[in-house]
Design a protein around this ligand. Structure first.
Ligand code: ZN
Length: 414
């Protein structure tokens, strides 16, 4: 499907830093080691509702990964999916007496607008589950043949499940114990109680058609895919095996990323699916977890409609470390707006203090597992000095403008 419009990324003078990133599978901050082209897959939205600040924070974190790789001279092959068929979409469409296709198109269009407003670099490929149906069917068929998948013991609905023990490595990505897996599987879309499965933890690959649900004819029988197989197939098809980074929010660590890796590895026998599994923390509101059940989601489009500068939203979200669960508050937004105003004022000066060292530190902090609090503090220090002592380096404001744009995605001058 159509991706969103790109923004130009200025070249930043100086020496780039190779990016080190936390990897959930090994529990360590490790160097990313992309070749000429870095491959990144970040799980996309299920378009039943608008983009909230939790989504935005996740896509901003991986936008920085993208920018640091670009800075280091790599091409970036970035792929994202849109889960344009799944239970939440069908349920919302039924609740609102909406057409699930129209709902999905409408929310995907709004998501693109939000990403453009936040100056998130677009994926090279934005791929829907629906358009990937033939590939998904083919892979599920192969998993049935090689014994990693089986049909539920249910004559009416012989849905296809993945035997989570198929690879012998299940659990390597999340490192969760059996009890945690069992709990999270039930909480996050799994069906542990479903009769006819070999094991409660086995995940759905293909759901046979039910009355009133969208379905696709296929050699597996008419039905629709499970969620994990969609990302597994799209990522492997576009990026191959052992691509550089599989990303998403921390609520995707299990079961989603564990299973998408296991599906691909059971198909090919190759390990690992991705070299880094990297996850962004959750965003709460005023100290409470933001969730649709609590009705306290803050939508990017709502902030935009209220006239909030999207650059301030970006600054506010980058003010905390991407892996930390953190809270969005009116005070955080006010601080971000004030910070951005100071930076813009400093960047508009004819001269400032020398900025080479600030740019070096900015790069070092970002390359150290995206330490944005330290990176933003480095910009603060330069701007503070520029505004109070008015340095004499006539190139400094321009250099800082390029660095803050290229590395943090923020425009200081119009
Ligand atoms: Zn995914």
């Amino acid at each position: 499907m159509q991706t969103w419009s790109s923004v130009s990324v200025p070249r930043v003078p100086g020496t780039p830093c190779p990016l080190r990133l936390f990897d959930t599978a090994t529990g360590q901050i490790r160097p990313t080691a992309p070749g000429a082209t870095a491959g990144m897959y970040v799980c996309g939205i299920t378009p039943y509702d608008a983009t909230h600040l939790g989504h935005a924070a996740t896509y901003l974190a991986f936008d920085l990964v993208y920018r640091l790789w670009l800075d280091a001279g790599h091409e970036v092959h970035y792929v994202q999916n849109v889960t344009d068929i799944d239970d939440p979409l069908i349920e919302r469409a039924q609740r609102d007496q909406d057409d699930w296709v129209v709902l999905g198109l409408r929310e995907t269009a709004l998501f693109r607008e939000d990403m453009e407003a936040l100056r998130v670099l677009p994926p090279r490929e934005l791929i829907g589950a629906v358009e990937s149906m033939p590939q998904i069917v083919e892979v599920v068929g192969k998993l049935l043949v090689n014994g990693a998948a089986y049909r539920a013991d249910d004559p009416e609905y012989p849905d296809i499940y993945f035997d989570h023990r198929a690879t012998g490595r299940f659990g390597y990505e999340s490192n969760y114990d059996a009890q945690t897996m069992a709990t999270l599987f039930g909480e996050r879309g799994g069906d542990p109680e479903r009769p006819g499965k070999r094991h409660p933890l086995d995940a759905l690959l293909w759901r046979m058609a039910r009355d009133g649900e969208p379905s696709w004819e296929s050699e597996l029988g008419t039905g629709r895919p499970g969620w994990h197989i969609e990302c597994s197939v799209i990522a492997r098809e576009r990026l191959g095996h052992a691509f550089d980074v599989q990303g998403g929010g921390s609520d995707l660590i299990f079961p989603h990323h564990e299973f998408s890796a296991a599906h691909a590895e059971a198909l090919t026998g190759q390990h690992p699916f991705a070299r880094h599994y990297t996850h962004a923390g959750m965003i709460g509101l005023n100290g409470e977890k933001m969730s649709k059940s609590k009705g306290n989601l803050v939508f990017v489009s709502r902030l935009r409609a209220d006239g909030v500068d999207s650059a301030a939203v970006r600054v506010g979200l980058l003010a905390g470390h991407y892996r930390q669960d953190r809270s969005w508050t009116p005070q955080l937004l006010a601080e971000a707006q004030a910070r951005l105003a100071r930076w813009r004022e400093a960047a508009s000066l004819d001269a400032g203090p020398r900025a080479d060292d600030t740019v070096r530190r900015l790069r070092e902090h970002l390359a150290d597992d995206l330490d944005t609090p330290a990176a933003l503090a480095a910009v603060d220090a330069w701007a503070g000095e520029a505004l109070t002592r008015s340095g004499t380096d006539r190139d400094a404001p321009e250099l800082m403008t390029a660095a803050v744009d290229g590395l943090l995605g923020l425009r200081l001058r119009s």
